[in-house]
Design a protein around this ligand. Structure first.
Ligand SMILES: NC(=O)c1ccc[n+]([C@@H]2O[C@H](COP(=O)([O-])OP(=O)(O)OC[C@H]3O[C@@H](n4cnc5c(N)ncnc54)[C@H](O)[C@@H]3O)[C@@H](O)[C@H]2O)c1
Length: 325
């Protein structure tokens, strides 16, 4: 069988590097474009790498040539800016990379005649939705980050509709854990790495708000292990590659089980064997009480489901951070 070659944009990132490990395990070859702004080159040692900023229009030409040179047959587009608070102070910068950069990657894909495309979507498109969300739930982002990701999906839907692209957006819930020390999430804006980092520095982790209408008063979220998430990309790619009539489809990627912030921190405290407790502080604006994926669509249509639990996520994140993964 012909070896398929996938271009992973943002492949030196936390999620991108785990996707590459899955691609390799499934017999794909990977090539990477990354500007190394948050990515780590050592994560992709030995792979063809184009160091370029996808938001620079000049990248269209270099990326097209790179794809042609390497016989790229599909694209997994993870390169983006991903911090919600940062997006509120720099909306233009977020649209430039997340929308403008996506347009440039799509232009290069068109020029190189690559039509299979998997996009890093996010549960942030559901905004302040409360409870369980399906892919049919309203998309009402409440910050520029979520808006820019929804705009990315709209681009893909429009191209899919005219038969120019066969695409999928995977709407990730809260991604956590690691498959290796190098792959550990160093962004640390998400709850689990943030809490573990504080613990490792001898500082109590914080709970933002304990008076939400949830069983223990703290926010409930759906956490997904990055290794399971990476596998969802392989399932999506395989479905697109098998169906020449595919246009555009979105899928939630979560476990379907919600955990409260308190439950997560209890596990973080147990796994790290710290004597620290957590500190209750005020709510932050823009945090819905509870948001959990309904993952039925991806299970039924792509045959994917999560196999790691919250303990796997917290303990692998701790081992990754402390260098014992
Ligand atoms: N981590 C999460 O919980 C989460 C949740 C939902 C969605 N996502 C999405 O998943 C994707 C990957 O996130 P991550 O957590 O791996 O973040 P990350 O910052 O580790 O990875 C992003 C990668 O993209 C690269 N990059 C950024 N801007 C670029 C540019 N202009 N040109 C070229 N490369 C660029 C970075 O250097 C990095 O290697 C993002 O699209 C993010 O929005 C992440």
């Amino acid at each position: 069988m012909e070896t398929m070659t996938c271009l992973v944009t943002g492949g030196a990132g936390y999620i991108g590097s785990h996707i590459i490990a899955s691609l390799t395990a499934h017999g794909y070859r990977s090539v990477v474009v990354d500007d190394l702004s948050t990515g780590v080159e050592a994560r992709i040692a030995g792979l063809p790498l184009l160091v370029a900023d996808i938001s620079d229009p000049a990248s269209i030409e270099t990326l097209t040539a790179f794809m042609r040179d390497h016989g790229v047959t599909s694209i997994i587009h993870t390169a983006a800016h991903k911090s919600v608070p940062e997006s509120m102070v720099n909306p233009l910068g977020y649209y430039r990379v997340n929308v403008g950069g996506t347009i440039n990657v799509l232009r290069a894909a068109e020029a190189a005649q690559v039509s299979a495309f998997v996009f890093s979507g996010t549960a942030a498109v559901y905004g302040m939705a409360d409870g369980r969300v399906t892919e049919e739930s309203p998309t009402t982002p409440i910050n520029p980050y979520g808006e820019s990701k929804l705009a990315g999906e709209q681009l893909l839907a429009d191209l899919g509709r005219i038969g120019a692209l066969r695409a999928t957006s995977l709407r990730y819930f809260n991604v956590a854990g690691t498959g290796s020390t190098l792959g550990a999430d160093n962004g640390a804006t998400n709850l689990i790495p943030q809490a573990l980092r504080r613990i490792s520095q001898g500082v109590s982790p914080e709970i933002y708000g304990s008076d939400y209408p949830t069983p223990d008063g703290t926010c409930v979220r759906d956490y997904i292990h990055v290794v399971d998430l990476a596998e969802a990309h392989i399932a999506a790619l395989a479905a697109i590659e098998a169906d020449p009539t595919w246009s555009f489809r979105v899928f939630n990627v979560g476990t379907g089980t919600g955990y409260s912030v308190r439950e997560v921190l209890d596990l973080a405290i147990e796994v790290s064997e710290t004597s620290l407790g957590y500190r209750l502080v005020d709510r932050r604006p823009g945090d819905p009480a509870s948001i959990v994926a309904d993952p039925q669509r991806i299970t039924h249509e792509l045959g994917w489901s999560a196999s790691h639990n919250l303990r796997d996520m917290v303990s692998s994140a701790w081992n990754g951070m402390t260098g014992t993964a």
